[in-house]
Design a protein around this ligand. Structure first.
Ligand code: ARG
Length: 286
C-alpha cells in the first residue's frame, strides 16, 4: 500500500548549492580622519553647517581598520594632510592593478592636492606611478571585478579617463553612466563581492548602463532604497567577508543568503562627507 502522505521535499530536485565564497588576503591603504570636517559641499550628502564629531569619526574609522586586521588583511596608512578634510576617503587617491598605479586627478579644486600625496606615497613604496591626463577619482569610479574594470562617469571621472585606464592596465574597461547625484561615484552604486559578482542599485544608472550590468551580472544582488539611503553599497569584500555600513540590514541579509559573511561597521560620522567603508579603503593589488 502507498503511504497517504508523501514527503515532497525528498523527491524534489535539491537546489544546486552555490560555490562557497572564498576569501583572499588583501592589502589596503587608509588615511586617518585627523583633519576630517565638512566645510564645503561637493556632493548632496555634505552639509557644511552641520557640526562633525571628529573624535567619533576617528573611533569609527579605527573600528573599520581593526575589522580588516581581524580578517587577516594588511592595512598601510598614508599620512593625513592638514587642510585636506576629504583625504580620509582614500579610495579616490589612486587605482592599483597588478602593481601599476594610475594616479588620480580630482574634479574639484578642494581635493586636488590629495593626488600628489598618494602619488608620493606609492612612489616611496616602490610602485611605478602613471600620471593621468584626464580626471579620474581613483577607485571611486574604477572598480576591478575579476579581469575587467567597471568605470563610472557622469559626475566626477571624465569618460576619456576610461580609455586611459584600459591602456595603463591592459584590461577591458566597461563604461557606466551614473545619473543620480546622491550616487556620484561608482562605488556608491556598485559593490564588488568577488571576481564574478556584484551588488548594485539600478536606479543610479542610465537605462543603457543598467542593461550592460544586467547582461554581465545576471545574478547581481539588487539593493533596495533603504540600503541605498545609507550608502550600503559602499562595501569592501575579500571574496567572502563583506564589510558594509551597519545600517544596511537588508543588503546584509541578502548577502548572507548567498553565502557571504556580512561584517557590519558603523561609519555614520563619515557619511556626513558622503562616504562609507569602501570610500575609506584603497586596495593595493600587487
Ligand atoms: N566628500 C568626498 C567627495 O565628495 C567623499 C568621497 C567618497 N569617496 C568615494 N569613494 N565614494 O569627494
Amino acid at each position: 500500500t502507498l503511504p497517504t502522505v508523501i514527503n515532497v521535499t525528498s523527491v524534489l530536485p535539491r537546489p544546486v548549492a552555490a560555490a562557497e565564497p572564498v576569501a583572499r588576503p588583501r592589502h589596503y591603504l587608509m588615511c586617518r580622519p585627523e583633519h576630517f570636517e565638512v566645510r564645503y559641499a561637493i556632493n548632496p550628502w555634505m552639509r557644511p553647517g552641520r557640526p562633525v564629531d571628529r573624535e567619533r569619526a576617528l573611533a569609527q574609522w579605527e573600528a573599520l581598520r581593526q575589522a580588516y586586521l581581524d580578517l587577516g588583511h594588511r592595512v598601510d596608512l598614508i599620512d593625513p594632510v592638514p587642510g585636506l578634510p576629504d583625504m580620509v576617503y582614500a579610495a579616490n587617491g589612486a587605482t592599483v592593478v597588478d602593481g601599476t598605479v594610475l594616479g588620480a586627478r580630482f574634479r574639484h579644486p578642494q581635493r586636488q592636492a590629495e593626488a600628489a600625496a598618494h602619488r608620493d606615497w606609492f612612489a616611496a613604496a616602490g610602485f611605478p606611478v602613471v600620471e593621468p591626463e584626464f580626471v579620474n577619482e581613483g577607485e571611486g569610479d574604477l572598480l576591478v571585478v575579476g579581469d575587467v574594470v567597471l568605470a563610472g562617469h557622469g559626475f566626477r571621472t571624465d569618460p576619456r579617463a576610461h580609455a586611459e585606464a584600459a591602456a595603463v592596465f591592459g584590461r577591458e574597461v566597461v563604461p557606466l553612466e551614473l545619473v543620480d547625484p546622491c550616487f556620484y561615484h561608482l562605488d556608491t552604486a556598485v559593490a564588488v563581492l568577488d571576481d564574478a559578482h556584484i551588488a548594485w542599485l539600478p536606479a543610479a544608472f542610465t537605462p543603457a548602463s543598467q542593461e550592460v550590468l544586467r547582461a554581465r551580472f545576471p545574478e547581481g544582488i539588487v539593493a533596495g532604497p533603504a540600503d541605498a539611503a545609507v550608502l550600503g553599497l559602499n562595501a569592501v569584500s575579500d571574496g567572502r567577508h563583506v564589510v558594509l555600513p551597519a545600517q544596511a540590514t537588508g543588503l546584509a541579509a541578502a548577502l548572507r543568503e548567498r553565502g557571504y559573511t556580512p561584517v557590519p561597521v558603523d561609519l555614520s560620522e563619515l557619511l556626513n562627507g558622503g562616504g562609507g567603508p569602501k570610500c575609506c579603503t584603497l586596495e593595493v593589488r600587487s
